[in-house]
Design a protein around this ligand. Structure first.
Ligand code: TYM
Length: 330
């Protein structure tokens, strides 16, 4: 049985970047034989930076309903909330004790996020990667679908697994990242040198899966491009248009080369108009399913069942880890 696992932080509205970087690759694997998906809402990770209690609660449910609205097949998957499975904290601590401050301080995401903190930098922001490693290693995960920004966290997860295995004996499976070439790094619509982020204070920079359809269309139409006027993929010189081509291609499965030919004799306005309609259709489909799930009593039942499955699996793993180290009496 091949196990695929991924998590998303409920730290804002889920964006098209999250969808294309993590959810779409995850779903692309769910029909393969002998495969199980574990999907979780990384709420413990979200509190490494300040969160408003009410928003956090709302975002957790919203994210659960969105996973389902995007097409997660419950016959193939288990969905749960990270804080409802205490083994994540337990293994997180053990892995923290096997991590070095130096390697954690070198993490790009830590360095970036540290700059943005006005109320001080929490210790949790530094120890974020061992907790993420725990999420993955608890379940003998084979593959982790993520966007490119998580590559370094996957590398440290692999290092921690190998370090632990060497020190205490074979305990963890060493996971592989699953990063698609296209869509792994969707950029901001107002500044294509930055990645699209759900915590961007400027909402024009991202498309949220739950954005009002007309507002989403406007965001695409006013996306920053260049003055050269040709619709061509060139990341270095035309990052804005290249980003829009990537979004177009990922949502329609039309190769970028074909899009360049299709739009050869047109202008940015036509191209953006078409893309705005494609994004609108995509969002409309997701939002109607979302409305169903968020209002259905099923959501809690699904999360209960996911929690029970994860709890059972992870508890056995953490007991094994404790025994290996010599903790407690067993
Ligand atoms: P988070 O919540 O920041 O993002 C969730 C997923 O979306 C991807 N992503 C993007 N992909 C393409 N373009 C973008 N602009 C973009 N923005 C975000 C992220 O790479 C990620 O895959 N640390 C993780 C959450 C996590 C996790 C885990 C993931 C916690 N434990 C265990 C996998 C396995 C995070 O911050 O994701």
């Amino acid at each position: 049985m091949r196990r695929i696992l991924t998590g998303i932080q409920p730290s804002g509205h889920i964006t098209l970047g999250n969808y294309l970087g993590a959810i779409r690759p995850l779903l692309s694997l769910q029909n393969e034989e002998d495969t199980e998906l574990l999907v979780f809402i990384a709420d413990l990770h979200a509190i490494t930076v300040p969160q408003d209690r009410q928003n956090l609660k709302k975002n957790i449910k919203e994210l659960a309903a969105l996973f389902l609205a995007c097409g997660l097949d419950l016959n193939k998957s288990h969905m749960f909330i990270q804080s409802e499975v205490p083994s994540h904290n337990q293994l997180g601590w053990v892995l923290e004790c096997n991590s070095y401050i130096g390697e954690l301080e070198r993490m790009t995401q830590f360095k970036d996020k540290k700059q943005k903190q006005v109320e001080g930098v929490s210790a949790g922001l530094l120890t974020y990667p061992p907790l993420m490693a725990a999420d993955i290693l608890l379940y003998d995960t084979d593959l982790v679908p993520v966007g490119e920004d998580q590559k370094q966290h996957l590398e440290i997860t692999r290092n921690l697994a190998e370090r632990f295995n060497n020190k205490y004996g074979e305990t963890f499976k060493v996971p592989e990242p699953f990063i698609l070439k296209e869509g792994a790094r969707i950029m901001s619509l107002v500044d294509p040198s930055r990645k699209m982020s759900k915590s961007d204070p400027n909402p024009k920079g991202f498309i949220a899966l739950l954005d009002d359809i007309n507002i989403a269309k406007k965001k695409i139409k006013s996306a920053i491009t260049d003055s050269d006027g040709t619709i061509r993929y060139d990341l270095e010189n035309k990052p804005g248009i290249s980003n829009l081509l990537t979004i177009y291609s990922s949502l329609t499965n039309i190769p970028i080369k074909n899009l360049e030919i299709r739009y050869e004799n047109t202008n940015y306005q036509n191209f953006k108009e078409d893309l705005a309609n494609i994004v609108a259709d995509f969002l409309t489909k997701i939002q109607s399913k979302y409305d169903y799930y968020i209002n259905s009593g099923d959501l809690d039942l699904i999360l209960n069942s996911g929690r029970d499955y994860a709890y059972h699996y992870a508890s056995r793993k953490i007991q094994k880890v404790y025994r290996r180290i010599g903790l407690g009496r067993n």
